[in-house]
Design a protein. Structure first.
Ligand SMILES: Cc1cc2nc3c(=O)[nH]c(=O)nc-3n(C[C@H](O)[C@H](O)[C@H](O)COP(=O)(O)O)c2cc1C
Length: 186
C-alpha cells in the first residue's frame, strides 16, 4: 500500500517564514506518526503567474502542479500569515482557483501566524469558514502562533507544541491504518 499524501500550503511569500516553519513542524510530526509522503509549498513556490491568472488554466505549469497536488492530497496543512486580521489576498486568490468539489471531505489542519495574540481567532473566524465553503473536514484543533512562539524561525513554545501534538493526534480518525502501531493497538 502506498503512503498517504500530505500537502502543506503556507500562504506566505516571505523566506524565511514563520508560517512555513509552522507548517513544516506540523508536517514533520504527522510524517513521524502516520508515515505520510509529504510536500510543502508557499506562495513563492507558486510564483508570479498567480497574480495574473483569472482562471486556473492561465497559471504556469509550476503553479498548476501545486494546485493539482493540493486537490489530490489525502490531507492538507494550511498555514496563513495574518494580514489585517485575516488571510492575505494573494493566498485567497490561490484558494479561489480550486473547484468547490476538490476539497470536499478532505481532512485539513488549519494554522496561522500573526505578530501578536490580538487576531488569534482568525483561524476560527476566517480560515475555518473558508474551508467550510468547500465542505472539507477542518480538524477540531486550530493552531495559531505569534512572534514570541518562535526564535530564529523555530518553534520554542511548549503550549504551541502541545497544541500541534493535539491536532496531529486528531488525524488518527482518518489515518489510523497508515500507522501499523496504531492499527495493532485496536
Ligand atoms: C501587511 C501585513 C499585515 C499584517 N497584519 C497583521 C494583523 O492584522 N495581525 C497580526 O497579528 N499580525 C499582522 N501582521 C504580522 C504577520 O502576520 C506576522 O509577522 C506573520 O507571522 C508573518 O508570517 P511570515 O513570516 O510567514 O511571512 C501583518 C504583517 C503584514 C506584512
Amino acid at each position: 500500500m502506498s503512503a498517504p499524501k500530505l500537502v502543506g500550503l503556507a500562504g506566505s511569500f516571505n523566506r524565511p517564514s514563520k508560517t512555513r516553519a509552522l507548517v513544516e513542524d506540523v508536517a514533520g510530526r504527522a510524517i513521524d506518526r502516520y508515515g505520510f509522503d509529504a510536500s510543502i509549498y508557499d506562495l513563492t513556490d507558486v510564483g508570479p503567474s498567480l497574480g495574473q491568472a483569472q482562471w486556473r488554466k492561465e497559471l504556469d505549469e509550476t503553479a498548476r502542479h501545486i494546485l493539482d497536488e493540493v486537490a489530490n492530497a489525502d490531507a492538507l496543512i494550511i498555514g496563513s500569515p495574518t494580514y489585517k486580521g485575516s488571510y492575505p489576498g494573494l493566498f485567497k486568490h490561490l484558494i479561489d482557483l480550486i473547484d468547490p468539489h476538490e476539497l470536499r471531505a478532505k481532512p485539513i489542519i488549519i494554522t496561522a501566524t500573526g505578530g501578536g495574540d490580538r487576531h488569534a481567532l482568525m483561524v476560527e473566524h476566517q480560515l475555518r469558514p473558508l474551508f467550510g465553503f468547500f465542505m472539507a473536514h477542518t480538524l477540531p484543533t486550530a493552531v495559531y502562533a505569534s512572534d514570541r512562539d518562535f526564535t530564529d524561525y523555530k518553534i520554542v513554545s511548549e503550549p504551541l507544541s502541545a497544541r500541534i501534538a493535539e491536532v496531529v493526534g486528531e488525524l488518527s480518525a482518518f489515518f489510523r491504518h497508515s500507522n501499523p502501531a496504531l492499527a495493532a493497538a485496536e
